[in-house]
Design a binder for this molecule. Sequence first.
Ligand code: GLV
Length: 402
Amino acid sequence: MQNYVSIIKNNGGIKPVSDELLLPLIVPQKRLLLGPGPSNLSERVIRAISNPLVGHMHAETFKMMDDIKAGLQYVFQTNNRLTLAISASGHSGMEACLANLLEPTDTILIIKAGLWGERAQEMSERLGAHVETLTIPLGSAVTHQQFESAMKKFKPAVVFLTHSESSTGLKQPLIGFGDIVRRYEALLIVDAVASLGGEPFFMDAWKIDAAYTGSQKVIGAPPGLTPISLNSRAERKLLLRKNKVPVFYWDMKELGNYWNCFKEPVRRYHHTISATLVYGLREGLAQLAEEGLESSWQRHAVAAKKLREGFEARGLELFVKEPENRLNTITAIVVPPGVDCQFVTRRMMEKWNIEIAGGLGPTAGKIFRIGLMGTNANLKNVDDVLHALDDVLKYSTRHSRL
Ligand code: GLV
């Protein structure tokens, strides 16, 4: 037996652990997650992630990663071979696209219509790129004319556009933007974190060069893996880079090898992917593929329509004014005058065990955001959240008058 007495003494003793850690784990069992994500997991996904752990280089894990790749090619509607999932949450998709496709001398044009454009600007500046922005009023979509004149003015190498602006509830139409970007020989990055699987998205047909989404939203897996896809134009840029991708962890050539995208003879160790998250993503994708994209889009549209009608019947104002630009996955309403946004979200949680969110970044304090994504996109949840909101808004109006 090793005697640790002297090493403990020489290092000043062992600091004690907090008593809290030694209490039993407490996890709310029935919380309804109707914020902008994560969404509740289906029983099937919960069963999948409860399986015993296997290793990140085991044949069974590789097989599941291959299945995930096929599932992602389906949801992105792409034949891109460089399609995989990064081991980190949705933000990593943004940072990976920017880190791989931007070089320090490049100009990037960022369409800013909420928090995600702001975040892409921050990341691009950190990468040393030259950043130009086109700011669109919150809740509005960029038009082809606005977009093309910015392309003409700035001649960017890379363009960043958000499909699902979860900070406002905006769905940015995408058709035609890829054609404009190609006329200027640039690359188009699209953030589809809060929409993929719940709204039509055709990566190849819409000529999108790089896109990413979240595992924890429509796909219905836990957060922690970020689906991403780069096409052959984006791959070419990667090959022609003068400098290495500045962050090894985001390097799509390394990740592409680990995910067997290039059919190289050996899959090299890159990092330790969580097999547990792989099970969850595989099953979330299998579930979505079994339902079929069209049915999933339809289900999200039906639930969102009922939610919007419920808000309008109560005199609540939808934040996005153009009906065709409203996301079906996340609906934003204006906080009514005299209502304290934080009070409402807190009471929804404490009394009803339902998560809804306030605004984010530029919309903080101005809107409520209700997400109906993945298995949560159903009519019962719409009834439940409207019923709870009726109660909380009534209470909060009384409360704020006191
Ligand atoms: C996160 O995706 C959010 O919109 O809050």
